[in-house]
Structure formats: structure tokens, C-alpha cells
Design a protein around this ligand. Structure first.
Ligand code: AMP
Ligand code: MG
Length: 705
């Protein structure tokens, strides 16, 4: 069966009032549309969310698996007795006609269960109800039941240790209540989407939308180790979705029991496959460890650090921070490979013709030509292989991309031939195997063809597709938070500025840089120079991001609260880098999340982001340390500099191909950044540049901009 583009796992709930948090409805997603687990207070709202999502998935021509943590059927004998059909889906419809469930979770499940009990002999099978709920046909305890004639468990539950019986309606594991309500809602969904939706295992698993029941405890060992989730339910749905998204669905849905059992009782998707699901998770969630708190420490007594030393230290301090996820090749452009890719088949998969022409066995030709060969009936074309063999000394009409039929190893170009339909004539000599492609001449099956860390290009997508690789493991995108600080800043670009105010220029710039580099930009807003509010902003950033870029307040001045806060948190290292434009770069961890404190001056913030932020973010995103490629170009300017620090000048190439620099070096001159198309890098040593001298020019494209 073909794979699902996205997997949704729903932890359903039988709550009688709206509720959030533990023991309420949680929805986990993996693949397309993945995100943090979603918490929903009412069943009606959750069904609305699913409806919208199904419509969007169908619209996009994708496939989605929705796995619900409820039972889709009841033990044998139940469906037949209740509905006259040994079909769980007939029970769904029976329930849909009777269950009421309102916008505030008010519902009649106990009354409906009592009504069902009345239709069975003896007492039961359902039991469990709130104290004081007077329903004579619904016993309060399981032990009060007798003579209803049904088994306690379904066949599938024998494979799931700890699964509660479907008959239990109240207190822990009230799977019965959840299922009565769930089946009624899902019956409606099923009729609404018709053929586009099927219910496994009663129906197939090939429709675009497939509903299945599952059991969240299948992956308990992984859930016990999971960190950073608001509650266990959130971890369960998130991890199980991830596991299903990577699992071998053919294996999971291969008929686990006789068809009549499946139709009547249903089956838990993943039952008996816990080990496989856990193995998938182990691959998917190998999230690297966090950074050490002292990772940015500079040795005592270091004063001005040369740029290259700072870069080396930064490189040593960091490592990739993002785990892996699986995406389809079509979603993979610009993403970072998390594992080497291995060819599932060769390119080309079989020897074929490189041209339109006539094919034959070269060894059958006697002299240098000219030749006339009889043609066999039929032809070989791409996608339409010739079934038979071509006899020695015969030829066949063959088109570009056609598999070479048996008896053909050489093709002569159509333009070099004459044919009357029965024979073909051409001149010699003919080299053996000319105009043919060997099987695997490009890439062999099983070859490792792209290394992990690679940022996937359009050509890579062609290659992966040709080699039969439809899904690729990529790093989750790095979430880059951007925070501006300063009392003088105005966050709203449309506001009317007072004379003492300036517009926030850095935030839009840094967010766009992060986006262009393939990360997820997260706008953490603007915060005045108020330590408490900066701390709150950093808290928010640490919750939602993998790394935080701040600008402003990173020096040691009175108002430089960012550095003060980070110093108080004990993790700050102010790197005094011998660099112009720039000032100390503040490096720290806030709740384990790296913070790069950039200078406030837009020009300095920009240059520091390119020189330090670019390789650092690349490394954290999994694509390795990236150094920009520079070119030695003749200068069109004059400049002398003292030794002791490196300088970057805003620059671009002039019409003569020489590099010119912006008229002013003022670090507040944002127009110069906009004017420039790259940077000239002047060495740490003294330099005296005259027109015609060679200088190192690094175009912005080399920085990925
Ligand atoms: P600071 O690093 O906070 O001392 O700021 C240095 C200079 O950069 C000051 O002139 C600030 O007003 C300016 N500045 C700081 N943040 C921004 C920003 N987000 N946009 C534009 N200018 C800024
Ligand atoms: Mg400031």
C-alpha cells in the first residue's frame, strides 16, 4: 500500500464537560502538517478540526491516516445481536442514530448503554456509571453482571496487555464510554466523505483518508522516556503519530485475523507490532543532547579574540540540535538530510537505448558495411518493452529509453538509417554498444548517493526520485527566535515615532535572514530595556525555539540588560572580537537554549550574523559548519587600516568587474547594506589598499542570501 503523507493520532475522551490538559482530547501529527500536539476541550470542536483537515488533505491530493484511541468494534456476537449484521460499522450507524453529544460535551452515553443492555439476556454487558445516576439496566459494578452471553475481550485485545474491556464505561480506562461516543461521531464522518474515506480493517486501507483504531500504550517505553511534553497524553499522541509515519504500513495492516473477526470486532492498528513501532521511534527521536552550560566559556585573560579564533571556538562549542523527521521527496527541497541516502534501485534500472533508431547485436555484423538487416515485427519503446528476443542478424525499431530487448546490444541512430518497414540499411563501421546506456551506469542499486548534512537541491530531488527514494529523513527545521531590545525602539512600523524613538530595523532583517537560510523564523517581538520583561521574552524563546538571536543591549553599558541577565544566569560569555563593525558578541544559554547576543547597530548586527550566525545556525540545523566562499578581485578603492582587527566593508562589483566599497563606514548607515551586494574582507594585519590591488570579496550569495 502507498504511504500516508500525514498521520494523525487522536487521544479521545468521554469527558462530560469541556476540559483541557491531562485526560482531555489530544491530537498528535506527523509528516505533512506536523506540529506540537493539539489540545481540544470538546468532542464537537475536535471533529470540526478533523473535518477541516480532511478537506485540506483531499484538496492537496494527499493521504492521511487518522488513528483513534478507542475501540472500533465490540466482542463477537454483539454486533449481530444488536443490529442483525455481524458488522462493526452497522453498530456505528446504530449508535449514530441514538447518541447525543452537545457543544459542551453533554451526552447520553449511559442511557444508550442501558438501552443496549435491555436488548441482551441477563444483566450487562455494559457496566459502570457515576454515583447517583439511577439506571436500573446499567449495573454500577462489573461483578453484578450475569448471563449476557458475551466475551470480555476482543481477539485483538489479547495482544495488548493492559487493554480495558469495551464494556467498562466509568473510571480509569473507560474505553467503553469513549468508544460509544467516538463510534457515533466517526459514523457521521464516514458517511460525509464517502469513498474518499475508509475504515480499517472493516474496509481497505487504500482510500485517501483511512480511519483506524489504535492503543496509545503500544509505545509506552518511549513515552516514559519522553521529555518536554505538557502531559503523558501529549507525548503518546505525538510519538505514536511519529512511529506510524515511519512504520511499514503494509506490515501493520496485513490481515491480522480472519476477515469475519475483523469485520465484527475490528482490530487495533499496531497490535503485536510494538517492537517495530518503538524501533521507528528510536530512529526518529534521536534528538541530540543539549549544549553544556559552559560551552561558550573563553579562557581567562583573553582580551581581543581574532575572528578566526572566535569562529573555531564557536564551532567547537556547538553541535546539531534538531531531531529527524520523514518527509516526501516533494517536501524535501532545501531541507537538511539527517541520514545518508541509499539507492533503492539503479539508474538506469535496465540497459536501454539512448536514441531513436534500430537495435541489433553488434557481433552479428560481418564486415565494415554497408549493412542491410531484416526487421522483426513490433518495436521497443520507453514504457513498452519488446517481449520477445531479436534473432542474431536481425534488427528492431527502438526508441529512446526503451529497454534493450534480448538479442540487442547496439543501436544505430535513426538519422543514419534507411528503412522500408521490412528491412533497415545503414553504413559501418559500428562500435559495439554505441547509443546504449548500461544498467546502473549512473548510480548502482544500494549505493549511498547523498551524504547526511546535505541541503537538498532541486537536482537532488530528481536523483532521489530516480533511485526509488520517495521519503527522506531530514532534520526538523531549526526554530530561530529573534528578539529586539531597547527603550528607543518602536515595534510597530506604522506608528508615529516621537523624536527620541527609532523604528526596529534589526528584527525584520534577522527574521528574513533566518527564513532565507531555511530555518523557521520565530518573532519574539520587541522588549524595552526592562530586565523582567527581557527575562520573560527569553523564557518564551527558550520554550518555542532552538536558538535565540537578540539585538541590542549586548555590551556592558548601564542599559545593557541582555548581557546583565545572561551574566546573572551564569552562562554568559562576552566575546570581545577583533572585528569591525562589531562589538562584543554575547554568547549564553538561557534554559539550555543558545542565545547569540548581537550588537544593536544594524550594520554590525548584519555583519556579525553573516560571519558568526551563518555557520553557527547551519551547524545547529545539522548541515555542518559553512564557511563563505570568497574571491580575490581587484579593488576600485583606496584604504589603509591598522593591524589588530579584521574589517568588513560593504561592497559590490562595478561595471569593470572591480570591487567598490560604500562611501561611508558609519555603522548606522543602513542604506550602505542595501546598496552592497557583498563584503570585502580586510585581513587582521595592517593593509594599504590601492586601486588594482587584489582584495577578498565575498558576495552575499556566498552567505546564502
Ligand atoms: P545597543 O547595542 O543597544 O547599545 O545599540 C546600539 C545602537 O543600535 C543604538 O544606536 C541603538 O539605538 C541601535 N539599535 C539597537 N537596536 C536596534 C534595532 N532593532 N533597530 C535599529 N537600531 C537599533
Ligand atoms: Mg540598547
Amino acid at each position: 500500500m502507498s504511504r500516508f503523507d500525514r498521520v494523525v493520532v487522536v487521544d479521545w475522551s468521554a469527558n462530560a464537560t469541556p476540559k483541557l490538559g491531562a485526560d482531555s482530547i489530544w491530537i498528535g501529527r506527523a509528516g505533512a502538517g506536523s506540529g506540537p500536539p493539539q489540545n481540544i476541550a470538546t468532542r464537537l470542536e475536535s471533529m470540526e478540526a478533523l473535518r477541516t483537515e480532511i478537506a485540506a488533505v483531499l484538496q492537496a491530493g494527499q493521504r492521511m491516516l487518522i488513528a483513534f484511541d478507542i475501540g472500533f468494534g465490540f466482542p463477537r456476537g454483539f454486533a449481530g445481536h444488536l443490529t442483525g449484521q455481524r458488522d462493526a460499522l452497522a453498530v456505528w450507524d446504530w449508535l449514530a442514530a441514538r447518541i447525543t453529544d452537545d457543544a459542551r460535551n453533554g451526552n447520553n452515553r449511559f442511557e444508550v448503554a442501558a438501552e443496549i443492555n435491555r436488548q441482551f439476556p441477563g444483566i450487562g454487558p455494559f457496566w459502570g456509571r457515576p454515583n447517583g445516576r439511577d439506571l436500573p439496566d446499567l449495573p454500577a459494578k462489573g461483578s453484578l453482571r450475569e448471563g449476557h452471553g458475551l466475551a470480555e475481550l476482543r481477539a485483538t485485545e489479547a495482544l495488548c496487555s493492559g487493554a480495558h474491556p469495551m464494556w467498562k464505561l466509568y473510571t480509569t480506562g473507560s474505553v467503553g464510554s469513549q468508544s460509544l461516543l467516538g463510534q457515533a461521531h466517526l459514523a457521521a464522518l464516514r458517511h460525509e466523505f464517502g469513498d474518499a474515506l475508509s475504515v480499517w480493517p472493516m474496509e481497505g486501507a487504500e482510500a485517501p483518508i483511512v480511519l483506524a483504531e489504535t492503543y496509545l500504550s503500544l509505545i509506552d517505553p518511549a513515552v516514559r522516556l519522553a521529555q518536554g511534553y505538557p502531559c503523558k497524553d501529549a507525548a503518546q499522541v505525538d510519538l505514536l503519530a511519529l512511529a506510524f509515519n515511519r512504520a511499514d504500513m503494509g506490515q501493520l495492516t496485513a490481515a491480522p485475523a480472519p476477515l469475519d473477526v475483523l469485520r465484527e470486532e475490528g482490530w487495533i492498528l499496531g497490535a503485536g507490532h510494538g517492537a517495530h513501532l518503538l524501533a521507528m521511534l528510536e530512529q526518529a527521536t534521536l534528538t541530540p543532547p543539549r549544549l553544556r552550560n559552559d560551552c561558550f566559556a573563553m579562557p581567562q585573560g583573553v582580551d581581543w579574540v581574532p575572528v578566526d579564533t572566535a569562529l573555531e571556538r564557536l564551532r567547537d562549542a556547538l553541535h546539531p540540535l534538531t531531531g529527524a523527521e520523514d518527509v516526501t521527496v516533494r517536501q524535501a527541497g532545501g531541507r537538511v538530510l539527517a541520514q545518508d541516502l541509499v539507492a533503492r534501485r539503479a539508474n538506469p534500472p535496465a540497459a536501454n537505448s539512448a536514441v531513436d533508431g534500430y537495435g541489433f547485436m553488434q557481433g552479428a555484423l560481418q564486415r565494415d558495411g554497408p549493412y542491410t538487416l531484416p526487421l522483426v515485427a513490433g518495436r521497443a519503446a520507453a514504457g513498452q518493452p519488446f517481449g520477445g528476443a531479436v534473432p542474431h542478424g536481425h534488427a528492431i525499431r527502438i526508441l529512446t529509453g526503451a529497454i534493450l530487448p534480448e538479442g540487442v546490444d547496439t543501436v544505430v541512430l535513426e538519422e543514419d538509417c534507411a528503412s522500408d518497414g521490412a528491412r533497415v540499411a545503414f553504413d559501418g563501421p559500428i562500435k559495439p554498444r554505441i547509443n546504449t546506456r548500461k544498467a546502473g551506469e549512473d548510480v548502482g542499486a544500494g549505493a549511498s548517493f547523498l551524504p547526511k548534512g546535505r541541503v537538498l537541491t532541486p537536482a537532488d530531488l530528481a536523483l532521489a526520485s530516480a533511485l526509488g527514494v520517495g521519503h527522506v529523513p531530514v532534520h526538523r527545521r531549526l526554530r530561530v527566535g529573534v528578539l529586539s531590545t531597547g527603550d528607543e525602539l518602536l515595534a510597530d512600523p506604522d506608528a508615529t515615532a516621537q523624536p527620541h524613538q527609532i523604528f526596529d530595523a534589526n528584527r525584520p532583517m534577522l527574521l528574513e535572514i533566518a527564513r532565507k537560510w531555511g530555518h523557521v523564523p520565530v518573532d519574539l517581538g520587541h522588549i524595552p530595556d526592562d530586565p523582567a520583561r527581557i527575562a520573560t521574552g527569553l523564557d518564551e524563546g527558550a520554550r518555542d525555539c532552538d536558538v535565540i538571536l537578540t539585538s541590542g543591549g549586548a555590551s556592558a553599558g548601564d542599559e545593557d540588560h541582555v548581557s546583565r541577565l545572561l551574566r546573572e544566569a551564569g552562562t554568559l560569555s562576552s566575546w570581545r572580537i577583533a572585528l569591525k563593525p562589531g562589538r562584543p558578541l554575547a554568547l549564553a544559554l538561557w534554559q539550555g537554549v543558545p542565545v547569540l547576543g548581537l550588537p544593536g547597530n544594524p550594520v554590525a548586527a548584519f555583519v556579525c550574523t553573516l560571519i558568526f550566525g551563518r555557520p553557527a545556525l547551519s551547524l545547529m540545523a545539522g548541515c555542518g559548519w559553512q564557511s563563505p566562499q570568497g574571491f580575490m578581485v581587484e579593488a576600485a578603492f583606496t584604504k589603509s587600516k591598522k593591524p589588530g582587527r579584521r574589517e568588513y566593508l560593504r561592497a559590490r562589483l562595478d561595471v569593470a568587474g572591480r570591487v567598490e566599497v560604500f562611501a561611508s563606514e558609519g555603522s548606522g548607515r543602513i542604506s550602505g547594506l542595501s546598496w552592497a551586494e557583498g563584503l570585502v574582507e580586510l585581513p587582521d594585519e595592517a593593509a594599504s589598499i590601492r586601486p588594482g590591488a587584489l582584495v577578498r570579496y565575498i558576495p552575499f550569495t556566498s552567505f546564502g542570501l
